[in-house]
Design a protein around this ligand. Structure first.
Ligand code: PMV
Length: 354
């Protein structure tokens, strides 16, 4: 809605017109995240149609390093490599991304950058890596800006990184912070914004160390890209209801997070995952992103929970893979369930353990 922070960054950029000579190599790690309340549908400059709330992951990180050189005689250039190998597809996306950041970081027009990223999770696993990739690049660009023009305070540094990350991939805005993170303006959370994410402050001890195991059902490229998926919400018959529901679910989740009620947490999380997929199925054209293995895993998890009463629930991204969330106290039982039942539905038995 409002662009207060954008205006502030543009004012700061006005003071960065001179590009000093500089060179360095810096490295940052940034985790991926999984949304509990999902962001699906966007407007304007990568702003969300509804607020979302995610858990930052511990077991899926991107480490990026940038070798940079700036100065008024430097010809701008960008080279992107993934684990040392040229990656033209991503290089093109990064080139476009840096162009969108130029108004905020004018030194980019007088910079030569070599960006190299590596994921700690298997590249082949089909896990969305754009959140951790853009998060790490956004943090690094902030670091270079600080080195050239002087340090900003930590709060501003992170908020700016979240704003920059958002322009690469909406969900990346949330990866800048640990734990539970909220992005998107909602009257239910003072200080929330469409421009950047904020860490959720009131989280019960019982949600402080959530485990997330990722079951790789299908590692192939996404059937529908995020941008196509978001665009499908534009004339979706249920869009307005969905945006309202997401905001309501956010309100409920914020209360649940305060109380440490795992049963309600799981119920809301699974409802959100299925709602996301329902939106895709009922779009035009509609997409089926779950595979047979996905459905089998969801059924097995619900059956296991009914039989044992143990707190474990699932969530999904815009794809076939399944995230299992549970507290550390039940990790041994979940490992047994995974090894004895769920792995059979995974591609090559692959599970990224939480
Ligand atoms: O950040 P994007 O544009 O790739 O969109 C991600 C959307 C979901 O992952 C499906 C949900 C979310 O909130 O992360």
């Amino acid at each position: 809605m409002n662009d207060i922070f954008r205006t502030r960054l543009l004012e700061e950029a006005a003071g960065m017109k001179d590009v000093p000579r500089g060179e360095g190599i810096c490295t940052k790690e940034c985790p991926s995240n999984i949304a509990i309340v999902k962001y699906w549908g966007k407007y304007g400059e990568q702003k969300p149609r509804n607020p979302s709330l995610s858990l930052t992951l511990n077991n899926a990180l991107t480490a990026t390093s940038i070798h940079w050189e700036t100065g008024k005689n430097i010809r701008p250039s960008v080279r992107f490599t993934f684990a040392g190998k040229e990656s033209p597809v991503f290089a093109e996306r990064i080139g476009k991304y840096l162009a969108t950041l130029q108004p905020y970081l004018p030194f980019l027009s007088k910079s030569s950058l070599h960006i190299n990223s590596v994921n700690t999770f298997p590249h082949s696993s089909g896990i969305a890596s754009s959140a951790s990739a853009f998060g790490s690049i956004a943090l690094l660009l902030g670091e270079i800006a600080d080195e050239l023009y002087g340090k900003t305070g930590e709060e501003h540094f992170l908020r700016r990184a979240s704003f920059f990350a958002r322009l690469g991939s909406g969900s990346a805005a949330r990866s800048i912070y640990r734990g539970m993170v909220l992005w998107g303006e909602s009257s239910r959370y003072p200080g929330s914004s469409d421009e950047f994410a904020v860490p959720v402050q009131e989280v019960h001890q019982d949600f402080s160390d959530i485990r997330d195991s990722i079951l790789i059902i299908d590692s192939s490229r996404k059937k529908v890209s995020s941008s196509v998926g978001h665009a499908l919400m534009e004339d979706h018959p249920y869009a307005l209801t969905r945006f309202g529901e997401a905001d309501k679910n956010l309100g409920q989740l914020l209360e649940i997070l305060k109380t440490g009620d795992w049963e309600s947490f799981i119920s809301l999380m699974e409802h959100e995952a299925l709602s996301l997929h329902a939106m895709m199925m009922t779009a035009r054209p509609g997409y089926l992103l779950m595979k047979g293995g996905t459905l089998s895993v969801l059924e097995e998890v619900q059956r296991f929970r009914k039989e044992t009463g143990l707190p474990v629930g699932f969530t999904l991204d815009a794809g076939a893979n399944v995230h299992l969330l549970y507290p550390p106290a039940v990790a041994i039982e979940i490992k047994k369930l995974t090894d004895s039942v769920l792995k059979a539905f995974c591609e090559n038995g692959e599970v990224i353990e939480g």
